[in-house]
Design a protein around this ligand. Structure first.
Ligand SMILES: Nc1ncnc2c1ncn2[C@@H]1O[C@H](COP(=O)(O)OP(=O)(O)OP(=O)(O)O)[C@@H](O)[C@H]1O
Ligand SMILES: [Mg+2]
Length: 464
């Protein structure tokens, strides 16, 4: 029978927790302080799991994480609602998971059931980390830079837990690949990974997409539909571009995350969903919060375990590794043996990659098609070969997709904020499109909903 150590100074909570843990098949010991807990950790046999209150009379339950790791025990911290931030710190330091008070019985059961599995996963991830890092890979991710190494460490930490992960990074940095890596290294890997791009679903469909609907709940609802939360049950739901979601849905999403249940549109009963949520945004979250586009309470709930993906220009060591990797994939698929010329490789190193890994991947594909046996600089676009150096400025007209037939130019003073530039560009494009929002959205390469959201925000700002 595995042992559990419960550390809690409140007698009532302690008794309740002990009963629950024993019911799950653990033998228990208890301690009412940090000091007493440390003394028990020194005894044999060591507990498999330590459940510790965060606020103990002689310190923080966090301090047990290291001591417990030393004897191979996992730590689950129990926190009041207000201290979720500390729980996040605990996950970073190596705690297995955390529970908020009042303790949700189903969550506690799931965590205890996973104690053994989590230990296996952590061992597995540990060896994977050692082996693959040498090769510059981690699960589906490729990259050998220090910055990616730090990202691998965070993924390894958080994957075996059920904590909500929030991935922030510029477009094309690999946020979806990171989400997949977290899923693949979690106990949910055999269950579905369901990605939803919240910015790409039209506003009148998003609620049904997320939460589903009952038959006949609105005109056109001819059949019952299960939303992505139900589809992802047991697995992972990847909510991409969360900041693009309409405000009223952000409230509903928050409720689902807090209760672990969804209600289909037109439905009467709450359906329990066991889903791990990973969110992503390529906006600067602080700015989206400030502009009121992202609800603060939702952000707080999603940003439990943040992973920031650095842009490719800040991980120079990865360019070569990624270029080799993508070329290897293309060679394997096309049964060819093409290779890079030294000059082409050097040019790739100098370019700043505003479109990040996606741009690199697309550009390599094009170069591969153009090249015979060796991929030389002549297969690369001029702006890449120019390298963005002072002597050969980047030819922006070639890298930026634009619709010249619209004619109008927009002059922007260096030093203008990105938000301002965006607003002026959207308004000028709308004007050039004679107010046709659909056309403007296409020209700008954003969803129609984004246009509506921005216009609403501009109106509100003016009214304020
Ligand atoms: N580290 C990586 N290793 C291998 N492939 C990668 C890596 N990073 C990105 N890619 C590839 O680059 C492309 C873009 O990645 P991804 O879709 O994850 O970016 P993103 O950050 O989600 O972008 P967006 O914000 O535009 O949605 C994909 O084809 C992905 O497979
Ligand atoms: Mg993406």
């Amino acid at each position: 029978m595995p042992h559990a150590l419960v550390v809690e100074d409140d007698n009532n909570s302690l008794a309740a927790l002990l009963a629950l843990v024993e019911h799950e098949g653990f033998s228990t010991r208890s301690a009412d302080s940090l000091g007493a807990a440390c003394a028990i950790l020194d005894e044999k046999p060591a507990p498999a799991v330590v459940l510790a209150d965060l606020m103990l009379p002689d310190g923080s339950g966090l301090e047990l994480v290291e001591a417990a790791a030393g004897v191979g025990a996992q730590v689950v911290l129990i926190t009041g609602h207000a201290s979720v931030e500390t729980a996040v710190e605990a996950l970073r330091r190596g705690a297995t998971d955390y529970l908020t008070k009042p303790v949700d019985l189903a969550r506690l059961k799931a965590i205890l059931a996973n104690v053994a599995r989590t230990r296996e996963l952590q061992a597995e991830i540990g060896s994977l980390r050692g082996e693959l890092r040498k090769l510059g890979r981690f699960g589906p991710l490729v990259g050998a830079s220090g910055a990616m190494g730090a990202v691998y460490d965070l993924i390894a930490r958080v994957a075996p837990t059920d904590a909500t992960v929030c991935i922030v990074g510029e477009s094309g940095t690999g946020k979806e690949v990171v989400a997949q890596a977290v899923h693949e290294l979690s106990r949910r890997r055999k269950e579905p990974f369901v990605p939803v791009n919240c910015g790409a679903v039209s506003p009148n469909l998003i609620e049904s997409t997320l939460f589903g609907h009952e038959k006949g709940s609105f005109t056109g609802a001819e059949r019952m539909h299960r939303g992505v939360f139900e589809q992802a049950t047991g697995g992972t739901l990847f909510l991409d571009e969360v900041s693009e979601m309409p405000a009223e849905l952000q409230v509903k999403l928050l409720r689902v995350l807090e209760t672990g249940t969804v209600m289909r549109i037109g439905g009467e009963k709450a359906i329990a969903v066991d889903v791990r949520v990973i969110a992503a945004t390529n906006r600067v979250p602080e700015q989206a919060l400030q502009e009121g586009r992202l609800r603060e309470d939702l952000w707080y709930r999603l940003n439990v375990f943040p992973i920031a993906l650095p842009p490719l220009r800040e991980r120079a060591g990865d360019i070569d590794v990624l270029a080799e990797h993508f070329l290897g994939e293309l060679n394997a698929a096309g049964q060819t043996h093409k290779r890079w010329s030294g000059a082409a490789r050097a040019a790739l190193q100098r370019y700043p990659w505003p479109g990040n890994v996606r741009e690199l991947k697309n550009l390599l594909h094009r170069a591969y098609i153009l090249a015979e046996a060796e991929i030389g600089v002549e297969c690369l676009p001029a702006e890449v070969v120019g390298g963005g150096s002072a002597a050969a400025p980047v030819d922006l007209a070639r890298t930026i997709r634009c619709t010249p037939e619209l004619g109008t130019m927009l002059a922007v003073q260096v030093g203008t904020s990105v938000a301002d530039v965006e607003q002026r560009l959207i308004l000028a494009t709308l004007e050039a499109c004679a107010g046709n929002k659909q056309k403007a959205a296409e020209v700008l390469g954003v969803s129609l909903k984004t246009i509506y959201n921005r216009l609403n925000a501009y109106r509100e700002n003016r009214a304020a």
